[in-house]
Design a protein around this ligand. Structure first.
Ligand code: CA
Length: 425
């Protein structure tokens, strides 16, 4: 089926600022409200504008599609996503058609435009998806290697299962919040000194994890599998994901069952879900997987995606400093393999499940995806623009992640996910 909305030649009658993340080839989905009207509804970003999809449907512009206007007057994208891949692809194609420069259906109706197009700065963005289950993978080889070196043994940094299994764990959905939601530094048990008993108090080694997440459509029945070949049809789209981590809590608690309170106090996602369709032009090949993987993890074609990522730290009342630049293409395991692995035992995937990549670290210094790695467990500092230094994240720091894919002059971006750390209470 043709993804007509991806045509690089398309231009919109809405003006698109240079270097915008949201040209007509993107059209990501989110949930917004305006400052004048409280009700939440589905929006699509274009340039500096938000398209009100509920109003678009109410005025009859989406009549030939599988949706009713009420599917878009919702607190979350889930009712829209429940219609599946084909319906949401047709929806994006139709929005593209309406906003294409030669189409006059809406372009010539100023009265409708007033009620359909809003400036992004008059809108509040909300958590886009009602997340049922959250799974966090651990699929960047460099990250797993770096952590293995620091937490265990440099000579055996990767555990024996790592290149056979897309390792993951079940996280907690309740504490995943919208970008811009401030949070308190977590408290918990730590054991800073091997010879002394554990201590309790505010986390001292607060860290971000640079990740991306994919959001699923409704999967299959319990007991069924999703193959690597079918996986694309079960993935709605992707967002930026900051999986905050308390390293001192993590080190003390993680044996034998893995992370718990070090990871579930908060995670932030970016407001716009970029569809997997919009990312298709940016596919790229992944690493050679050696040893050979089991047949259920084999895949055909380019299933990795070239998405440039960066993280900044902004101290209070100060400029931001970029502390790392990485790329989603550095993943060892791709989403198709993750989803195939997740369901190989019959585990059922639901609409709105969120699956994070794990920290995305590139192969060299300067591209690591966490302060744990950037400061190499606190052994070196990063200079900030204001003259201060960081090994981990301090109170009142804001951490900002950005990402975009770019090819042949078309840039499909994610905007940003940001969050400010408040002192522990
Ligand atoms: Ca993580």
């Amino acid at each position: 089926m043709n993804i007509t909305a991806n045509n690089p030649l398309l231009k919109s009658w809405v003006s698109i600022p240079e270097n915008s993340d949201f040209p007509i080839q993107n059209l990501p989905f989110g949930i917004f409200s305006t400052h004048s009207e409280n009700n939440k509804r589905v929006g699509v970003a274009i340039g500096n504008k938000v398209i009100d999809i509920y109003q678009l449907a109410s005025f009859g512009y989406l009549n030939d599609l599988e949706f009713t206007a009420s599917d878009f007057e919702q607190d979350f994208l889930n009712p829209m996503m429940l219609k599946g891949k084909v319906a949401t692809r047709n929806l994006r194609n139709r929005i593209s058609e309406l906003f294409e420069i030669s189409n006059t259906e809406l372009q010539n109706n100023n009265e409708h435009i007033q009620q359909i197009l809003f400036d992004q700065n008059e809108c509040t963005m909300h958590l886009p998806v009602k997340i049922g289950d959250y799974t966090d993978f651990y699929s960047s080889e460099q990250h797993a290697f770096n952590v293995g070196c620091m937490f265990r043994d440099p000579d055996n940094a990767l555990l024996p299962n790592w290149k056979h299994i897309p390792v993951g764990y079940h996280g907690r959905a309740s504490s995943i919040v919208a970008s811009g939601t401030p949070f308190r530094r977590p408290k918990g048990q730590q054991k800073p000194n091997a010879e002394e008993p554990p201590v309790f108090g505010p986390c001292k080694l607060l860290d971000f994890e640079l990740e991306m997440a994919f959001i699923t459509f409704e999967g299959k029945e319990l007991g069924e599998q999703i193959s690597t070949k079918e996986a694309d049809d079960y993935i709605f789209g992707m967002c930026l994901f900051n999986d905050w981590s308390a390293r001192d809590l993590q080190k003390w608690e993680y044996v034998p069952l893995g992370p718990f309170l070090a990871k579930n106090f908060v995670s932030h996602i970016s407001p716009w879900i970029v569809t997997l369709d919009a990312l298709e032009p940016f596919r790229t090949n992944g690493p050679v997987q050696d040893p050979k993987v089991f047949p259920y993890l084999e895949y055909e074609g380019d299933k990795h995606i070239d998405i440039k990522l960066e993280v900044s730290i902004q101290p209070e009342n100060s400029k931001e400093t970029v502390v790392t630049k990485s790329n989603y293409k550095h993943m060892y395991w791709n989403m198709n393999q993750q989803l195939a692995h997740h369901s190989i035992n019959g585990c059922n995937i639901k609409c709105g499940d969120t699956m994070a990549s794990g920290t995305i670290s590139g192969p060299e210094e300067g591209s690591f995806g966490s302060m744990l790695e950037i400061s190499w467990a606190g052994s070196k500092s990063v200079a900030m623009a204001d003259g201060s230094e960081r090994k981990f994240i301090q109170d009142n720091d804001t951490v900002i992640m950005r990402g975009f894919a770019e090819k042949d002059g078309i840039r499909v971006g994610f905007g940003e996910v940001n969050a400010k750390v408040l002192p522990a209470n």
